[in-house]
Write a protein that binds this ligand. Structure first.
Ligand code: ADP
Ligand code: MG
Length: 394
C-alpha cells in the first residue's frame, strides 16, 4: 500500500475511536492533526488531549493506528490541556499541535525515526534553551530524591517516566542509585545494553522498555553483585552515564537518586543543571526530618524543589473496605506547607504497586484504574504541568 493509502487507513481507524466525554470520534472532534506516514510505515500524529479526557484515549488512538496494515510503528505527540484555554472549550488551533520537526542543528545523539518535540508541550511553549554542555539534547531534567531508602522513590520515578512516555514525551530514566539500582527490575529489563561507535568514542545505547530509555548500573553489574562504591566514584559513574550514553533527544529525563542528602546529590547538581527535584516522603511525622534536610540541601545549591509526594498512605483492608493509616497521615503535606513547596499528592499503599514491581511493569500501565495507579498518574501530570510553566533556562 502507498504511504497515502496507509495514512487514509490510519485516519479511518482513528475515526473509530470515540471520546467518551464529547461522544464524538477523535478525528471529527478535531483532536488529531499532522498525520504522517513514511516509507517504512512509521506513523506519527499529534493528539490534543482536552481537560477531562481520560489518558486512556491516547492509548486507544495509538492502538487503533498500530492495528492498521502497513503501519510499523506509531509515535504520538500529545498536547496536554492548557488550564487557561481548556475551560473556554478551545479547539486545537490548526497546526498548533505540530511537533517541531527535527531539522537543522539536531545534535549528533539524535535517534533516527524519533522526531524530537521541543519542550514538553509542542507548540505551546517556546523551544527550551539548549542545555549547555552535558546532556544538551535533553529539555528537562528532574531528580527524584528522599531522605531515606524504601520510601518508594524508584517506584515514583518509574511511574512518572512511564506516564510521561505514554503521554508521548521522549523520556529517559537514569538510575543513579548505584548502591541499590532497582530500575531494571521495575521495568522487567534484564538485557545488557549494547555499545556503538568507533573505538575510542564508544557510546552505550540505553535499553528501552515501556517507551522509556533506561540506563542503570544494574544493567552492567553481574546479578546480585553488590555495588560497593565511595563518593568520588559516584561522581565518575554519574558523569559517564550522562556523557557516554546515547540518550538522543529527550523531552524529559528522570533521575532516580540514591537515598540521603550526600555525595550523589551534590555530584549530580554539580554535573548538570537540574530543572527541579522531587521529594518522596512517607506520612509519618518522624520521617519528615530527612525530607526537610533534603529540601534544604537542594535549596542551598539553588535547585528548585518541584514538590513533595507522600507515599504509602492509607491501606484498604481487603474485604472490609476499612482504610487504615498504617504509617500515619499528612506528614508530607504538613512539611510541604511548612517549607512553602508544592504538595503533589499522596499515593496509597496498594497491592497493585507491589505486583507491578514484581511483574516489571509500572503501575500506571499495569493497573491504571487502581487507587495507586490513579494517584500516580495525577501526580505525574502535576509534575509535567509544573515543568511546562518553568521559564526557559538562561
Ligand atoms: N504505595 C505503595 N504500595 C505498595 N508497595 C509500595 C508502595 N510504594 C513502594 N512500594 C514497594 O516498596 C518497596 C520500596 O520501594 P522503592 O521504590 O524501591 O523505594 P526506594 O527507591 O525509595 O528505596 C518496593 O518493593 C515497592 O514496590
Ligand atoms: Mg530505589
Amino acid at each position: 500500500m502507498s504511504t497515502n493509502g496507509i495514512a487514509a487507513a490510519v485516519k479511518r481507524a482513528l475515526a473509530g475511536v470515540v471520546n467518551p466525554v464529547t461522544g464524538k470520534d477523535v478525528v471529527a472532534g478535531g483532536q488529531v492533526a499532522d498525520l504522517e506516514v513514511d516509507e517504512a510505515g512509521r506513523t506519527r500524529f499529534a493528539f490534543a488531549l482536552r481537560k477531562g479526557d481520560p489518558g486512556a484515549l491516547v492509548r486507544k488512538a495509538r492502538a487503533a493506528a498500530e492495528g492498521v496494515d502497513g503501519v510499523s510503528g506509531v509515535k504520538v505527540s500529545v498536547q496536554l490541556p492548557q488550564t487557561a484555554t481548556a475551560e473556554s472549550g478551545a479547539e486545537m488551533p490548526s497546526g498548533a499541535a505540530a511537533a517541531p520537526r527535527r531539522g537543522r542543528g539536531a545534535p549528533a545523539g539524535t535517534v533516527p525515526g524519533q522526531p524530537h518535540q521541543a519542550g514538553l508541550q509542542p507548540g505551546s511553549v517556546p523551544a527550551p534553551t539548549p542545555r549547555p554542555g552535558i546532556l544538551s539534547g535533553v529539555a528537562r531534567i528532574v531528580a527524584v530524591s528522599s531522605g531515606k531508602g524504601g520510601v518508594g522513590k524508584s517506584m515514583v520515578a518509574t511511574n512518572v517516566a512511564a506516564h510521561a512516555a505514554a503521554r508521548g514525551l521522549a523520556t529517559g530514566l537514569l538510575d543513579a542509585d548505584i548502591y541499590g539500582p532497582n530500575i531494571p527490575v521495575m521495568f522487567g529489563e534484564e538485557r545488557r545494553p549494547s555499545v556503538t561507535g568507533a573505538k575510542g568514542s564508544e557510546m552505550i545505547v540505553p535499553l528501552e522498555a515501556h517507551g522509556v530509555r533506561l540506563m542503570s548500573l544494574g544493567f552492567l553489574l553481574e546479578r546480585e553483585q553488590p555495588a560497593i562504591m565511595r563518593g568520588p566514584l559516584i561522581a565518575g559513574i554519574l558523569k559517564q552515564f550522562m556523557e557516554q550514553v546515547s540518550w538522543g533527544r529527550l523531552d524529559l529525563m528522570v533521575v532516580d537518586m540514591p537515598p540521603g542528602t550526600g555525595d550523589a546529590q551534590l555530584s549530580l547538581v554539580q554535573t548538570v543543571e537540574l530543572d527541579g527535584a522531587l521529594m518522596v516522603s512517607t506520612p509519618q511525622k518522624v520521617a519528615t526530618g530527612d525530607v526537610r534536610r533534603g529540601v534544604k540541601m537542594f535549596e542551598r545549591v539553588n535547585t528548585r524543589v518541584l514538590g513533595i509526594v507522600e507515599n504509602m498512605c492509607g491501606f484498604r483492608i481487603p474485604g472490609s473496605g476499612e482504610i487504615v493509616d498504617l504509617f500515619g497521615r499528612g506528614g508530607g503535606e504538613d512539611l510541604a506547607n511548612e517549607l512553602s513547596v508544592p504538595f503533589l499528592g499522596r499515593i496509597p499503599l496498594d497491592l497493585a504497586v507491589r505486583e507491578a514491581g514484581d511483574a516489571g511493569t509500572p503501575t500506571v500501565i499495569s493497573a491504571p484504574a487502581s487507587p495507586a495507579g490513579r494517584s500516580l498518574a495525577e501526580i505525574a501530570d502535576r509534575i509535567l504541568e509544573s515543568l511546562e510553566r518553568l521559564p526557559p533556562r538562561t
